[in-house]
Design a binder for this molecule. Structure first.
Ligand code: BG6
Length: 296
């Protein structure tokens, strides 16, 4: 019960409901399981590597300081896709609250993967807070620039893989009317579809989504996931479908794309610039709220 730490993981169990728990790998500070009332809420590939040999395929990988593969910035373009946070072992900073159980993890250039900090030689300090509510999972990120002289720019994203029963029965709501950049078409347009549905690969960045829009994942009319964002204006919606998942060695089972959708709150369309000494904060809350269709 409570908080259990092993050499590689931290597991929180809710003190008032032992069937609610969250498991966090120190590698990437990646949440790889969240059970709410006994039911797994996140998708995790059965071939996901949990040994630190590569980023975890599933759960909630953390994307910093660059989303995707940068081609323009002299330093950021040296980094692999999605940056260095998901490929670094974070420090477990300990418990900050026992109820709801809340823990923190830290990452700085001193402990991050040296192969990667060599490519992006900046001073940074990240603190991830994970709170396991009775019916929610809250993740908060604080990014500080400890340098006295140099600023840096970054993207942040919670790459959340949500579990669904059948993607073809599922839609994602409350993004209608938003401008989206379709990564497959390499084009931006206003998405007029009332909901996002899935019958092929989807890879879209919704930009500047109003903060009060709760993105919902709905299965056969029943809301199964609600995503609340704070200070994260963008939302990526991704499902790799057959071909893309077929090409990923760590994506198993091969029809696993039927049971997942990524709804990824982030700040990815534009970079955040942090001046020396400045701090930036953002968070994601996952829960199962009532169906709420928000007018445009
Ligand atoms: C999504 C991107 O966020 O992550 C996709 O929009 C990408 O383009 C996907 O394919 C998975 O990325 P990776 O690096 O974990 O295979």
């Amino acid at each position: 019960m409570g908080i259990e730490e092993t050499a590689t993981q931290v597991i929180l169990t809710h003190p008032e409901n032992s069937s609610s728990s969250v498991s966090i790998l120190k590698y990437g500070a990646t949440i790889f399981s969240w059970k709410s009332n006994g039911e797994e809420q996140l998708w995790l590939s059965t071939a996901a590597k949990l040994d630190g040999s590569k980023p975890v395929r599933g759960g909630i990988p953390l994307v910093f300081p660059v989303f995707g593969k940068n081609e323009d910035d002299e330093l950021l373009k040296q980094l692999p896709q999605h940056g260095l946070a998901r490929n670094s072992t974070w420090e477990f900073l300990g418990q900050v609250k026992s109820n709801p159980p809340t823990v923190q993890f830290g990452l700085s250039e001193e402990i991050a993967n040296p192969e990667l900090t060599k490519l992006w030689p900046k001073s940074f300090s990240l603190i991830l807070t994970v709170e396991l509510g009775k019916d929610h999972l809250f993740t908060d990120i604080e990014i500080k620039n400890p340098s006295q002289t140099e600023s840096f720019k970054f993207n942040w994203l919670f790459h959340t893989y949500l579990r669904v029963e059948d993607i073809e029965d599922t839609f994602v709501s409350n993004l209608a009317g938003m401008t989206t950049y379709d990564q497959l078409l390499a084009d931006s347009y206003v998405d007029k579809h009332p909901v996002v549905t899935f019958h092929e690969e989807v890879d879209k960045i919704y930009k500047n989504v109003d903060a009060d829009r709760i993105i919902q994942v709905v299965n056969r009319g029943v809301p199964i996931h609600s995503v609340k964002r704070t200070n994260l204006p963008d939302a990526v919606v991704w499902n790799p479908w057959t071909k893309k998942s077929g090409g990923m060695a760590d994506f198993e089972p091969k029809n696993g794309y039927l049971n997942m959708v990524c709804v990824e709150p982030g700040h990815v369309h534009d970079f955040v610039t942090l001046a020396p000494g400045e701090t930036w904060k953002a968070s994601q809350k996952l829960y199962n709220g009532e169906l709420k269709y928000q007018a445009i």
